[in-house]
Design a binder for this molecule. Structure first.
Ligand SMILES: [Zn+2]
Length: 163
């Protein structure tokens, strides 16, 4: 099962839509039980009990065999990102930071997106600085791989060419 592509119910999202989630839910002919735990801040939090293993979980997935719904572990669930190569995952992470700032296209070669309204300049500058550094490292690694040399060697070549 690929979690991202499987029908699922996130109890945290349901909790935002309804006043109260009953202790026991009858859904599609199946009985799904919930439970509560306390939080560090004196509140309490509701969970599903996986119909298959009784483990507490926030999200149940519709696998449609045995019990219809189950937790990620019972469903053998993996995330799409786990199928990405380390290279892709690194790039996705960099793009996620830019998307967070409202960038819609252009990838990491586009100018870094401007500071969103309401974000403190200090915070923006800090994130921007870290992001640009990680992007540069990524591009250097990429270029080095393309040239079939180590990043260290490439950096030495670039440093020399500045003389
Ligand atoms: Zn389970």
């Amino acid at each position: 099962m690929i979690c991202d592509l499987t029908a699922q119910i996130d109890i945290r999202k349901v909790a935002k839509m309804v006043l109260e989630i009953p202790e026991t839910i009858h859904f599609e002919g199946e009985r799904i039980v919930t439970t509560w735990t306390g939080t560090n801040f004196g509140g309490r939090r509701q969970w599903f009990l996986c119909p298959s293993c009784d483990r507490r979980c926030a999200i149940i997935y519709r696998i449609g065999t045995g019990p219809l719904w189950c937790c990620r572990i019972c469903g053998g669930g993996r995330y799409l990102s786990e199928h990405e190569s380390p290279h892709q995952r690194r790039l996705s992470k960099l793009l996620k930071a830019r998307k967070h700032f409202g960038q819609k296209e252009g990838g990491i070669l586009a100018p870094f997106p401007p500071r969103p309204k309401g974000m403190h300049p200090t915070k923006y500058n800090r994130i921007r600085k870290v992001s640009l550094k990680l992007e540069l490292e990524f591009l250097l690694d990429d270029m080095a791989a393309f040239l079939k040399m180590s990043t260290k060697d490439l950096e030495a070549v670039l440093a020399e060419s500045k003389l």
